[in-house]
Design a protein around this ligand. Structure first.
Ligand SMILES: C[S@@+](CC[C@H](N)C(=O)[O-])C[C@H]1O[C@@H](n2cnc3c(N)ncnc32)[C@H](O)[C@@H]1O
Length: 319
C-alpha cells in the first residue's frame, strides 16, 4: 500500500464518528434527489471505496439494490467484518460483498462497475487523485462516479455562538489561523486535504470525466429548546454523552496529532501550547455549564455550517 498514513477506523473514537455522525448526515429527501440525479437503476454493480461500515450501501439501497451487487472496498479488516455482518439487514433483493484493499490499488477488473462512489475517503488520502483514477478505471464507459467530500476548512470558519460562549472577533481569527496552519501541516504529512471537497470537480475534469456537477448537503444543524426535531434530540444526546463519557485517551491522541500537523504546517510549539491550554481551560469551564443547561433544557447553539458536497462525473462512452 502506498499510503503510509492509513489509520485504523475501527478504533473506538474513529468508529464512533462514522456511526454517530452518519445517523442524520443526509436527509432522506436529498438522498432521493441524488439517486435520480445519478440516474440510478436496479440490476447494477455499485462499488463503494473506503466503505467503512457500508453507509452508502444501506443509505442508497432502496434506490438501486433490487437485483444489484454492492461491493464495499476498505483497508480495515475489522470494519469490513462488521459491515459484512450488518449487510444482511439491508441488502435484501440483491447482494453485498466486501473486499479488503487499498483505494490506491483496487483489485477489481477494469470497467466492472456502473456506479463507483466514496464518502469522506479522499480527504484522508495522501494520493487522492490516484484513488479517484482507480475509481474511474473500474467504472464502465457511461458509468457514474460519485464523491461525497467536505470542505472542512471553510466549515471551520463558522464558529457559531452557543448559550455558554460567544467568541470575540480576535478569538475567531486566532482559532481560524490555528486551523489553517494545522490543515496545511496535515496535508504536508500526507494525511489528506481538509478542504478537498472544493477540488474534486477539478480533479474529475483532469481525469477525463464529463457532465461534472455538484450538490450541497442541505442538512443544517442547530439546537434550540424544546429541541423539537429528531436531529436536534439526537445531537443534544450525543453532546451529553461525549461530555459524560470523556475519553481522555482519545483526547490525548487528538492533541498529539494536532501538534504534529500544526508544527508541520509551520506553527510554533509555544503557539500550540498556548492554544491547548486555553482550549482545555475553556472545556473545564464550559462543559459543566453545558451539562446543566442540557438538563434544564436551556442550552442552544446556532446553525453550524458543514460544507459538504456530493460531486458526480460520468465516464465518457467509447467512440
Ligand atoms: C471517514 S471513513 C468513511 C467511511 C464510509 N465511507 C462512511 O461514509 O461512513 C474513511 C474510510 O476509508 C477507509 N480508508 C482510509 N484510507 C484508505 C485507503 N487508502 N484505502 C482504502 N480504504 C481506506 C477507512 O478504513 C474508513 O473506513
Amino acid at each position: 500500500m502506498k499510503d503510509k498514513n492509513i489509520r485504523d477506523w475501527s478504533e473506538r473514537d474513529l468508529k464512533k464518528h462514522i456511526v454517530d455522525q452518519r445517523k442524520h448526515l443526509w436527509r432522506e429527501s436529498t438522498i432521493e434527489r441524488i439517486a435520480s440525479w445519478l440516474d440510478l437503476s436496479s440490476g447494477i454493480t455499485a462499488v463503494d471505496v473506503g466503505c467503512g461500515l457500508g453507509y452508502l450501501g444501506w443509505t442508497f439501497w432502496r434506490h438501486f439494490g433490487s437485483g444489484s451487487t454492492y461491493v464495499g472496498v476498505d483497508c480495515s479488516v475489522k470494519l469490513l467484518r462488521e459491515a459484512h455482518e450488518n449487510s444482511s439487514n439491508w441488502s435484501e433483493g440483491g447482494r453485498a460483498c466486501f473486499v479488503n484493499a487499498s483505494a490506491n490499488g483496487i483489485p477489481l477488473p477494469d470497467e466492472c462497475a456502473d456506479w463507483t462512489m466514496c464518502q469522506t475517503l479522499l480527504m484522508h488520502l495522501e494520493f487522492p487523485e490516484e484513488a479517484l483514477s482507480e475509481m474511474i478505471r473500474i467504472t464502465k464507459p457511461g458509468g457514474v462516479i460519485m464523491c461525497m467530500e467536505p470542505d472542512n476548512i471553510s466549515s471551520s470558519l463558522s464558529m457559531v455562538s452557543n448559550s455558554v460562549y460567544s467568541p470575540s472577533i480576535e478569538e475567531k481569527l486566532a482559532q481560524f489561523k490555528m486551523q489553517l496552519i494545522w490543515a496545511e501541516g496535515r496535508a504536508k504529512l500526507g494525511r489528506g486535504d481538509w478542504g478537498i471537497g472544493t477540488k474534486v470537480p477539478g480533479m474529475m475534469a483532469n481525469l477525463g470525466l464529463i457532465r461534472i456537477d455538484a450538490l450541497y448537503n442541505d442538512s443544517a444543524r442547530f439546537a434550540h429548546p424544546p429541541y423539537e426535531t429528531e436531529v436536534q434530540k439526537y445531537g443534544i444526546e450525543k453532546m451529553r454523552e461525549n461530555i459524560m463519557e470523556k475519553d481522555e485517551d482519545s483526547r490525548k491522541l487528538l492533541w498529539k496529532e494536532y501538534r504534529e500537523c500544526f508544527l508541520a504546517g509551520g506553527g510554533s510549539l509555544s503557539a500550540f501550547y498556548r492554544y491547548k491550554k486555553l482550549s482545555e481551560e475553556r472545556q473545564e469551564e464550559f462543559e459543566p455549564l453545558i451539562l446543566d443547561q442540557l438538563k434544564e433544557k436551556t442550552y442552544y447553539h446556532g446553525i453550524s455550517g458543514s460544507h459538504f458536497f456530493c460531486i458526480r462525473g460520468f465516464k465518457p462512452e467509447r467512440e
